[in-house]
Ligand binder design. Structure first.
Ligand code: COA
Length: 385
């Protein structure tokens, strides 16, 4: 059976801040953010967007009426959940107008959970090949103003339709995983910003990558030479580059240059959006598919998923014959965003909806299809515009 990603959608807010300007405001050399961290722009998420609306906006961009008839599983992976009980997927399925005879749930394991969702969806489609599953990674990365993590914030969602005989990428049965109880990044229940031991986290990420990639090669007999591209979770693009350098260290210079060129294509969207947490690896995939000019059907792509806390997985996918026809062009979505200055970004950051029983939000300046209009009697009010 050939199961995998049939469609890929992406949504981020209409606002961004320039990293060079943020660096100036923080009295830091801009090259630290632009080169040292590898980020050029950062999505600024207004209070009218949250994990629910980001997820719904990403999914609405890909699903058709025909898909809606077949979707019977909705998984939303997030670490920016809006409720301790009710899943983001429950809201999203209603906003999208999906059928009621379906399963909906939310998954959490930091930035890794969308990969778990994808693998669970693959199992579901193996049992029900005539159905489709919607898997979405939706998050807002928040570390706090003037913190070390600030330049690695961002937000958005990636939606994936999983189906039998997919148009884009067939997921292979070759996953290798590794888990341990690690305190590298966490967010206590009442906190709206993550706590992170940044350098420790970066080290654990590389350590877990080395472990799963070595075991993957032992178990499959494949090496880095067998991949057209290696894709990484990108909390910031420099982190993925560091892992890629580990993977290609022993390759010949031509293959090294080829994998570096594909990595360049895969980081284009993250570089101007920032960290998407759960969606980040799949934004790298989308960026590669839409920006690389050398991909061919049959090419093998390697995907490294990492979620602090910590869980890692490496697996591969094979590009399908008509993958190009199933793609959009998200460079336009990103190019048409509006720049906000650092003061405005700070104001928006502080106006994030806290735990409030009643508040009305001004939705007039948010052009998204789905928005959060406020909260009434502790119930979040979502609107389709
Ligand atoms: N020009 C070019 N590069 C520069 C520079 C300059 N003027 N100044 C600094 N740099 C480089 C540093 O050498 C370093 O590169 P390296 O990592 O290759 O050594 C990089 O910029 C970052 O500098 P550093 O001093 O380490 O930054 P920091 O202490 O402010 O922290 C992070 C950076 C990424 C650790 C921090 O932003 C963070 O914790 N982010 C969250 C991380 C995260 O998301 N973790 C969990 C998910 S996996």
């Amino acid at each position: 059976m050939n199961i995998g990603i049939d469609k890929l959608g992406f949504y981020t807010s209409h606002l961004y801040v320039e990293m060079a300007k943020l660096a100036k405001a923080r009295e830091v050399d801009p090259n630290k953010y632009l080169i040292g961290i590898g980020q050029e722009k950062m999505a600024v998420i207004p209070p009218t967007q949250d994990a629910v609306t980001l997820a719904a906006n990403a999914a609405a961009s890909i699903i058709t009426k025909e898909d809606m008839e077949k979707i019977d599983l909705v998984i939303v992976a997030t670490e920016s959940g809006v409720d301790n009980s009710k899943s983001v997927a429950a809201y999203v399925s209603r906003l999208l107008g999906l059928r009621k005879d379906i399963r909906v749930l939310e998954l959490k394991q930091a930035c890794y959970a969308a990969t778990a969702g994808l693998q669970l969806a693959k199992g579901h489609i193996a049992l029900h090949p005539d159905k489709k599953a919607l898997v979405i990674g939706a998050d807002i990365a928040r570390y706090g103003l003037k913190t070390a993590g600030e330049p690695t914030q961002g937000g958005g969602a990636v939606a994936m339709l999983v189906a039998n005989d997919p148009q884009i990428l067939a997921l292979q049965d070759d996953s290798v995983y590794y888990a341990d109880d690690i305190m590298d990044f966490w967010r206590p229940l009442a906190a709206t910003e993550a706590l992170v031991d940044g350098k420790y986290s970066a080290g654990i990420y590389l350590d877990f990558f080395a472990k799963v990639f070595a075991r993957y090669q032992q178990e499959t007999g494949l090496t880095a030479n067998d991949f057209k591209a290696l894709l990484f979770h990108l909390p910031y693009t420099k982190q993925g580059l560091k892992a890629l350098r580990v993977a290609i260290a022993s390759l010949d210079p031509t293959k090294q240059a080829q994998l570096l060129a594909e990595f360049e294509a895969s980081k284009q969207y993250s570089k101007v959006t920032g960290n998407l947490y759960t969606g980040s690896l799949y934004l790298s995939l989308l960026s590669l598919l839409e920006n690389s000019t050398s991909l061919c059907p049959g090419d093998r792509l390697g995907l490294f998923s990492y979620g602090s806390g910590a869980q890692a997985e490496f697996y591969s996918g094979i590009l399908q014959p008509k993958f190009k026809e199933a793609l959009g062009d998200h460079t336009k979505l990103l190019a048409h965003r509006k720049e906000v200055d650092v003061l405005e970004y700070e104001k928006i950051f502080e106006s994030n909806l806290k735990h409030e029983s009643d508040r009305e939000l001004d939705i007039t300046s948010d052009p998204a299809q789905f928005v959060l209009a406020g909260v009434k009697e502790n119930k979040r009010q979502y609107i389709k515009q």
